[in-house]
Design a protein around this ligand. Sequence first.
Ligand code: ZN
Length: 113
Amino acid sequence: MLLIDLLTGRCPWCRRGRIFRGVLAMNRSCPSCGAVFEKEPGYFVGAMYFSYFLAVPAYALLALISLRVLGNRSELLAFAAALLVFLPLSPLIFRASRVIWLYFDFLLQRRLR
Ligand SMILES: [Zn+2]
């Protein structure tokens, strides 16, 4: 199923090979079908849009929780506390945005054929 394969970081073309080989290290191509993930230099610039749309709501939610927990004592402290919680999540957002970008490109190419 496409959503499960996306969430588990499988290759969009064969759904077997893993896109990432480490926390931040990506495979250049699919270890199963050989599909090249980074098709050209700058290919993953588009993933920044997805990164933005994942990161902004996540940080806003953390800031709201932090403001609530700290009882509006110090907004700067609340935003800093939210940032401390958010920063360890950034590798997840990096991974998710690249995987979503690959699936977006895959689905777009399939539709254009
Ligand atoms: Zn593959």
